[in-house]
Design a protein around this ligand. Sequence first.
Ligand code: F6P
Length: 537
Amino acid sequence: MPNNLDPIWTRLDTLRPAEGRRISDLFDADPDRASGFRIAADGMVFDYSKTSIDAERRAALLELAADLPERRAAMFDGDRINETEDRAVLHTALRNPDRKLVVDGEEISADVSATLDRMAGFADAVRDGSFAGQGGRITDVVNIGIGGSDLGPAMATLALSPFHDGPRTHFVSNVDGADIAETLGGLDPATTLVIVASKTFTTIETMTNAETAMAWMKQSIREPSAQFAALCSAEDKTAEWGIDPSRVFGFADWVGGRYSMWGPIGLSLMIAIGPQHFRDFLRGAAAMDAHFRDAPLAENMPVLLALVGIWHHQICGYPTRAVLPYDNRLARLPAYLQQLEMESNGKRVAMDGTALTRPSGPVVWGEPGTNGQHAFYQLIHQGTQIVPCEFIAAARGHEPELDHHHRLLLANCLAQSEALMRGRDLDTARDLMRKKGLEGEELERQASHRVFPGNRPSTTLLIEQLTPYTLGQIVALYEHRVFVEGVILGINSFDQWGVELGKELALKVAPLLDGEDAPGHDASTLALARDILAMRG
Ligand code: F6P
């Protein structure tokens, strides 16, 4: 971790909230707290006033970002900041093709624009029927990919369903045959387009699913590969599959998997919502990029979102954070953010290979409100560990005729953040029990169960409505939050060596399940493999 930050970390440790220091008291002490601890920019509001951060703590946290301007410039300028893979990190270039940029001696923006135009041409052709299947106009698109080649477009396609006017879109990711069987089961191969989304075209889950899809097509389609497209740069591999180069959309190695939906990996989304809406999605992200680059650190949304995260996890020691969208169409956002945040910042060593002296990224989880309220909010309100909550809500829904639903949804969102902060003390709980006619020991016993400690932190991100533009803003906001946290922790947020070992071992375990001997496995794994063989008969 950057040594220059050591004294700041030490000071921040001393500022950890002491027992009895309550967030609600900060509002009493500072009448302007609600406006002073929020950032409003480009139609979005990020409110972090319901946390224990005050002016002193914010100032100290901002000192942690000392190296950020330099690192941020390095990212946007295409320096090889992904040092363990010796790559630049330029997903931001995908959403700002107007910015001329030279990487490895080559000007990249023309290429980015050309790929986007080619994607738009193909998406339009699928949407208007000029590209058709053997049975006519494409009715269904199946995106086969996993991780970053699935979670982004799957999340965004659901989020933007009010804009979905293209063919039906399906996502298959799991190597579990149930996933592809259930998806293809309802489809007509003659009117289905299969998109194989894989940066490497070697990922075992994706290639296994792609082979199954190809076999399914072959049963009734004369030229099955004509109904396949590929999102991949390895043209030799896509050629082996017989996929015509006109339907192969490649991207450079400076686009990481979990940062890739802004380019070819977003093709299924583009086909669903149309190129114009897809460009709006890019515009929203580009606007957040500009804000991140230009806004002063103290008024910079990704910076403050990151510092709140650092405050809660690395300083206060809260082990997880919950992302709670009060928008049903953001149902896949927590899963998307799990990869973005945990694959990026779930690291154990700093960029220079030395062990981290602070925890790296927290566990990220969540579900849409109000569903979560009737599931896990009990623990958030009364459990023994503190879970910082990140609420996300849109002021307007897409169902004007059901606006009373939306008002109720928003009321719940605001009520939860208020309840988490305020809680309910023992005296109030006793009064409630008294009103129910209880007294003595039974009153005390029942009252204690109805106490809410409160003082539980949350932030709220408010947008006017969930649209392609605002979704682009939200996703870019979280991407940059991950980057800022990574810079402060001194880690490489852009590699993912931690997923490799399991992949390697899966290949070595596979022979055991064919009844073959395979050396080097532990006794438990061998016994479980024998059990599986016995159960499969
Ligand atoms: O899970 C590891 C990972 O490399 C992710 O980073 C990536 O998004 C995913 O696998 C899929 O990789 P590919 O696009 O090469 O199939």
